[in-house]
Design a protein around this ligand. Structure first.
Ligand SMILES: [Mn+2]
Length: 314
């Protein structure tokens, strides 16, 4: 039995499906880590024990792969060190100083199989810019798939991890493998999930507190929607600054701060990211955004830092 361990997002699911298609008919198992966690849990370790060989796709977990101890093929496009284990074959263009918009492209190139999965996975990771990649264009033309259909499919395939549905993530690999891509557009469980996500976002947005050009929202949800909420506040609703906090994202706190492109050049978020990191929190972002996840015990400390930058917060 072959085991495919994959990322929970559309690129990971589609990469797994491409690999599965290449294997002897249906004789595979696939598994994804708990949504949001870059590690192999007990269940995955047990599955590895029972597997003949292992595939890992789109999961940036070089340490875990190094420790598998079985014949493994590791497809990825994230920046990572060269794997030393002699039983692991690492297929990642980054190692040769190249890059790839998606893991699905890496798998397609290696197996010489281009299909709807390649398109969906790439659009999931790269958004609209996927459409300017010649191989993606060519595959879409051959399939008769429009840009809107590709975007909708990526949204549907991503709906499982956004709603925290690990089983749904894992089922998706077989659903894609066994369906024509046109039927995926009508796949009820994903449509319902995507609707639920939209409703949850609307509900959260309705709780906005505003002061002038700034917006603040605090909520509790198992859905990973915080970046979508902040984007809606700044991009669609016209706020200059948005601070969004999910007080209970599977027991952790998620915080997301976004400023508009107009104020970003003078305001910037670089120092805020550094201050948050000095608390031992893994904070990331760009000039316009800061995102971090942390244990609830750190809440007061984090808010003290955030207040220095978001003056109106009291
Ligand atoms: Mn990816």
């Amino acid at each position: 039995m072959d085991l495919i361990i994959h990322h929970w997002d559309a690129d990971g699911i589609c990469s797994a499906s491409l690999i599965a298609r290449h294997l002897a008919k249906g004789d595979f198992l696939n598994a994804s880590p708990p949504v949001g966690e870059y590690r192999f849990d007990e269940r995955i370790h047990r599955l590895i024990e029972g597997a003949d060989s292992v595939f890992v796709a789109d999961l940036n977990v070089p340490g875990e792969v190094e420790g598998v101890g079985k014949r493994t093929i590791f497809f990825d496009h994230h920046i990572q060190p060269r794997i030393k284990s002699s039983v692991v074959r690492q297929i990642n263009p980054v190692i040769e100083g190249k890059n790839s918009a998606s893991c699905a492209i890496v798998v397609s190139q290696h197996l010489d199989t281009w299909g709807a999965e390649t398109v969906i996975g790439t659009v999931g990771d790269a958004g609209r810019s996927a459409f300017s990649i010649p191989e993606i264009r060519k595959t879409m033309e051959r399939l008769g798939m429009s840009e809107n259909q590709a975007k909708r499919l990526a949204e549907l395939v991503d709906s499982s991890h956004i709603s925290g549905n690990r089983a749904g993530v894992e089922e998706a690999v077989r659903v894609i493998l066994e369906s024509d891509w046109r039927d995926l557009l009508e796949y009820e469980p994903w449509i319902r999930q995507a609707e639920e996500i939209e409703r949850e976002i609307e509900k959260v947005l309705s709780g906005v507190e505003q002061k002038g050009n700034t917006a603040f929202i605090e909520f509790r949800s198992k859905f990973n929607i915080i970046s979508r909420v902040a984007r809606a506040l700044v991009w669609s609703m016209g706020f200059e600054e948005a601070l969004v906090i999910n007080r209970d994202f599977n027991g952790k706190v998620q915080l997301y701060y976004r400023i508009s492109r107009e104020v970003a050049p003078e305001k910037g978020t670089g120092r805020m990211i550094l201050d948050l990191r000095s608390l031992g929190i893994s904070a990331g972002g760009k000039e316009e955004v800061v995102g971090c996840v942390f244990e609830p015990e750190k809440f007061e400390q984090v808010i003290e830092v955030v207040k220095r930058y978001v003056g109106w917060l009291d």
